[in-house]
Design a binder for this molecule. Structure first.
Ligand SMILES: [Zn+2]
Length: 129
């Protein structure tokens, strides 16, 4: 079952919204209540760049129940051009084309669903540029 947490995370999942600390400029993604660098708690909402590079990746061949039927798929750690790192699925890719350091772009895609009567969850995935 899709949790209420999914709904709380919609600003990050749909719009890549992060928190930029008003005191020191540190960017938190997902946003935090307290800055991990300076301990202050005032943030400005910013939208992250949707382009970056692939730092590392793996191929998932045996997945948890909620991703049953979607294997194999590639998952990578992406560093966006503004320095934020995130983990995301790499979509529409021939695994032989994956290389560390490749440029990627985040796109809006369906992440999972609960069948015909359930919710669809959406978020970002990376595409090779
Ligand atoms: Zn700070």
């Amino acid at each position: 079952m899709i949790s209420p947490r999914y709904h709380r995370e919609i600003p990050q999942r749909y719009r890549l919204e992060a928190g930029k600390c008003k005191a020191c400029g540190n960017v938190s993604f997902p946003p935090r209540l307290v800055c991990t660098d300076c301990g202050k708690n005032e943030f400005e909402v910013i939208r992250l760049k949707d382009e970056g590079k692939l730092l590392t990746y793996t191929i998932i061949r045996v997945a948890s129940d909620k991703f049953f039927g979607t294997t194999p798929f590639a998952v990578g750690i992406v560093e966006l051009n503004d320095g934020v790192k995130l983990t995301t699925q790499i979509a529409d890719v021939n695994f032989n084309d994956l290389k560390i350091g490749q440029k990627v772009k985040l796109v809006f895609r369906k992440i999972q669903d609960e069948g015909n009567s359930g919710l669809n969850c959406y978020g970002y995935k990376a595409l090779l540029v």
